[in-house]
Write a protein that binds this ligand. Structure first.
Ligand SMILES: Nc1ncnc2c1ncn2[C@@H]1O[C@H](COP(=O)(O)OP(=O)(O)OP(=O)(O)O)[C@@H](O)[C@H]1O
Ligand SMILES: [Mg+2]
Length: 306
């Protein structure tokens, strides 16, 4: 493991079942008439050897769809299944860093410094998180300057990939929390990634921007990164009590079929609460439906990667 500072860690939480969790809690989400059979995903086998990491960008240019929430909670759930996880905050809002208990204003250095200065290494800013096996490259508002400063750099789209390269052997999964735009920072994330997970809020306009996102992904694949593929679309903030929520989910499945994860994350007030608590729902409220959903998503993702 590369050296890491412990600025973010208020001590590692003694998580039950770390690295050997074989329990399968099915989330209790009423999927309504989506005409899709319920699929169960078995607990993943433990890993014997760590790395090289699969890099996944959590991406949707629409704001407030659950990118950051999904990054923290999928990451924590993968760590509970014994995977070594690196989270990358790639949004100048720094919400991922805040969600893991950091104060972005207090950071002496962040991913911005590492992107802009070749003499620095990612290991210099690596933070432990309260979750065993999950580390973080934090960000703050400084990162907004990178979008402009990188424009004149040679290999401007590969800047994040260069930063991540030395860390890949030490992790099993890298999750990049993208900002809500399709600008140069997001293109950097897509260029560094093997796959993209697209969180989508289950509401009427959810599908509107997906075509544009697909176009961007295709351009990046053609011009910069032939490895890139869409891992899946993740329906979030689903409310089974409304006809509307069920209709949106049905349409999503109609349009994208198997590309839509079987795991659906329900709408619950527990998620905003976890942000205030500075920890993932999987440790804040481990038996809540939200925690179970992200644990199922971790199993589903690992089953797809087999
Ligand atoms: N399943 C859910 N149920 C209820 N609230 C949720 C759920 N998922 C996320 N939220 C809340 O919705 C808000 C937006 O979520 P989040 O920050 O994860 O979205 P985002 O896509 O990262 O936003 P941005 O585009 O601004 O980065 C947050 O307050 C979060 O706590
Ligand atoms: Mg976010």
């Amino acid at each position: 493991m590369p050296p890491s500072t412990s600025g973010a860690s208020a001590g590692v939480l003694p998580l039950e079942g770390v690295a050997s969790d074989t329990s399968v809690d099915e989330p209790d989400v009423d999927l309504g008439p989506t005409q899709r059979p319920r699929v169960e995903f078995p607990p993943p086998p433990p890993v014997e050897k760590h790395g090289p990491a699969r890099i996944v960008a959590m991406c949707n240019q629409k704001g407030g769809v659950g990118k950051t929430t999904s990054t923290i909670n999928l990451g924590a759930a993968l760590a509970e299944y014994g995977r070594r996880v690196l989270l990358v905050d790639f949004d100048p809002q720094g919400a991922l860093s805040v969600g893991l208990g950091l104060n972005p204003h207090d950071l002496e250095m962040s991913i911005y410094n590492i992107l802009m200065d070749d003499r620095l290494k990612a290991a210099d800013i690596l933070q432990k998180t309260p979750i065993n096996g999950m580390d973080l490259l934090p960000a703050n508002i400084d990162l907004s300057a990178a979008e402009i400063q990188l424009v004149t750099e040679v290999g401007r789209e590969q800047a994040l990939g260069r930063v991540l390269r030395p860390l890949i052997p030490h992790y099993d999964v890298v999750l990049i929390d993208c900002q809500p735009s399709l600008g140069l920072l997001t293109v950097n994330a897509l260029t560094a990634a093997d796959g993209v997970i697209v969180p989508l809020e289950c509401e009427y306009f959810a599908l509107r921007g997906v075509a544009l996102l697909q176009e961007t992904i295709e351009k990046v694949r053609d011009r910069l990164n032939p490895r890139l593929e869409i891992e899946g679309l993740l329906a979030t903030m689903y409310d089974s009590r409304t006809v509307h929520g069920r209709e949106v989910l049905s349409r999503l499945i109609e349009a994208f079929d198997e590309r839509v994860f079987h795991t659906v994350v329900g709408r619950t007030v527990r998620f905003p609460e976890t942000t205030v608590a500075g920890m993932p729902i999987t440790s804040f409220a481990p038996s809540s439906p939200g925690a179970k959903a992200y644990k199922q998503l971790a199993r589903e993702v690992l089953a797809r990667w087999k």
